[in-house]
Design a protein around this ligand. Structure first.
Ligand code: ATP
Length: 355
């Protein structure tokens, strides 16, 4: 958790492509809350001087309590430090429907679950290369029942599941389910991975989560193979509470979860480590709508609300979330992705009016 002093420092990276437009809106809203927060703002990614900006960004992150991050297409390189440098291992992605959200579901009322995605490993370590470099390992395929033929042209990618990261993500997910239960939630943890096809790696993940969940008797535990889970996510999202999964499945399924509640423009996230956290929307940089002033800033604003809770401004975070939800229930000032004609800046003004 962040330290308890009243004045906090937050680093702001507007990100790339259309992201700075959403971030500008979120910053206007944050400023309207007049909290004792010092914002250290960096330029959009295309204005970064590689190397130099990176060094300043690291120093600013180290001196701060949290970061608010716009999405990046690779130009805002501070993301690597925020994730692996600060070991923000738990990517929390809430999917909560609110009145006025343009959900494709017939009855979205009551959908309220959180995907907890492992954020540091799995297939995301950049361990890829030509197949022939694996030759010295003489790998034996359990499926083919013979040695892998590394002479053919091909590429490998390595999936890594460590005990340390799995234990801490499992524990994080259990504590979140516990906290949600205290606030009236279902008190349920669902684990999903491909443990039938990958009994060693994904089976290990599942086993550790199950062992961890057993230490929380007040939490109900269930597990599903990820393809079965994908169907359940669409067929019965109301049954879900906290869902924990390895990195890649979490990346894919949280976009699906965003789609279920009404779209990428609505889905916030927070990435938590032992001593640091950063907050960003689930969506990417939306390059196709860059410069049009129509990106939906809700995901970024709701990520800022999660950040306020983390920084011990929980009341302000709740106010901010309630103001966003009010704009949707009123339904007058909505961006085009939600069926409206409002601009990003109009939406921000409407949120401020509802604070
Ligand atoms: P990434 O790989 O970085 O996650 P992506 O390629 O999946 O990014 P996004 O940038 O998330 O793509 O965008 C997917 C689609 O959703 C695009 O058509 C984009 O315009 C739209 N979109 C994403 N975010 C928003 C938003 N906040 N408001 C409106 N439309 C959005």
């Amino acid at each position: 958790m962040a330290n308890q002093s009243a004045n906090k420092t937050v680093v702001v990276f507007p990100g790339d492509d259309a992201s700075p437009e959403a971030m500008n809106a979120a910053m206007e809203v944050l400023r309207a809350l007049s909290l004792p927060i010092n914002y250290v703002e960096f330029p959009p990614g295309d204005q970064w001087v590689r190397g130099e900006t990176d060094v300043r960004a690291r120093a600013a992150i180290d001196a701060s309590d949290a970061t608010l991050f716009g999405s990046t297409s690779g130009k805002t390189t501070a993301i690597t430090y925020l994730r692996w440098g600060k070991e923000t291992y738990a990517n929390v992605r809430p999917a909560k429907w609110s009145k006025g959200y343009r959900s494709p579901m017939a009855n979205p009322d009551g959908i309220d679950f959180v995907i907890v995605r492992e954020n540091l490993e799995d297939l995301y370590l950049g361990l890829e290369g030509p197949l022939e470099t694996l030759e010295p390992l003489k790998l034996h395929s359990r499926i083919l029942r013979r040695q892998l033929d590394t002479r053919q042209h091909g590429i490998y990618a390595i999936k890594v599941i460590t005990e340390r990261n799995t234990r801490r993500i499992a524990d994080f997910a259990c504590r979140l389910a516990q906290k949600r239960k205290r606030a009236g939630g279902k008190g349920k943890l669902t684990c999903t991975s491909k443990y039938n096809m990958l009994p060693a790696a994904d089976g290990y993940f599942r086993q550790i989560v199950q062992e961890t969940a057993a230490k929380y008797p007040e939490i109900r535990y269930e597990q599903f193979i990820v393809d079965d889970f994908a169907r359940r996510l669409v067929a019965s999202p109301h049954d879900l509470d906290v869902v924990v999964m390895p990195n890649l499945y979490g990346d894919i399924l949280s976009d699906a979860a965003a789609g279920i509640i009404g779209g990428l423009g609505l889905a916030p996230s927070g990435c938590y480590g032992e001593n640091y956290a950063y907050f960003e929307s689930v969506h990417g940089t939306a390059p196709d709508i860059m410069g049009m002033g129509i990106i939906n800033p809700s995901a970024t604003i709701l990520s800022a609300a999660l950040m306020l809770e983390y920084l011990d401004f929980a009341e302000a975070g709740r106010r901010l979330e309630a103001a966003v939800r009010k704009v949707y229930s009123d339904g007058r000032v909505l961006t085009p992705d939600q069926g409206g004609r409002a601009k990003t800046a109009d939406f921000a003004r409407e949120v401020i009016a509802n604070l």
